[in-house]
Design a protein around this ligand. Sequence first.
Ligand code: URA
Length: 249
Amino acid sequence: MENQVDINKVVRQHLEMEQFFSGFTLKSAAEEPESQGQEDTRVPRGVEGMAVAEKAAELEKIAEEVRRCCQCGLGSTRTNPVPGEGNPDARIMFVGEAPGADEDAQGRPFVGRAGQLLDKIINACGLKREDVFIGNILKCRPPDNRDPRAEEIISCLPYLQKQIEIIEPEVIIALGAHAARTLLDTTKSIGQLRGQFHEYYAGIGRPPIKLMATYHTAYLLRSYTPENRRRVWEDMKKVLAELGLPVPE
Ligand code: URA
């Protein structure tokens, strides 16, 4: 783990400022001033209540931005950026750490061994990959799969925040310590964070989104013990129950 305490502090300070300024663009239509017959062009419209086609179009705009992005050093070392993919109207959004070698080669999230295990977990939940949205904290692969750096998270996180804002999932599942710590702005361990719901704040005036942290599937592959599998499965069952979906035994 690379300077985790410092990374969280740097990212938090930066994001608090971003959040402050972006708050002005996140207002819902209901909060906007009375138009009195004329459209108020000073306040950009929020994205709440968007139709699915509109969400898909907005997500595609973000994917385009990601494809052009060279804000951090990873822009010059990646083969393909990995913007994320899935149902624009997903009830569940999975968030991983960063693309690995397979994802970098294909430009798609979770397509390697860790992705195959994620597919199995999704299917075991009675869902298909197309039902959910799958994204990452970083959209480009760090060389040799090293940990994400603070400056990379700072420049990349707004893409994920915007994706969450558009999709408005009911539950976010943070896979692994990096995703959970970044989204929850904490330095706690994944062992402390998993197994219970937390709240993710998508912006001023928006209700918090439930966030379940669980083990990353790459960790699960490395440590494929009955105990770890049971823990991940318990976490998934809590998510299904929260969403009112059938909970398989
Ligand atoms: N690990 C991640 O965190 N994300 C991917 O997309 C693949 C593996």
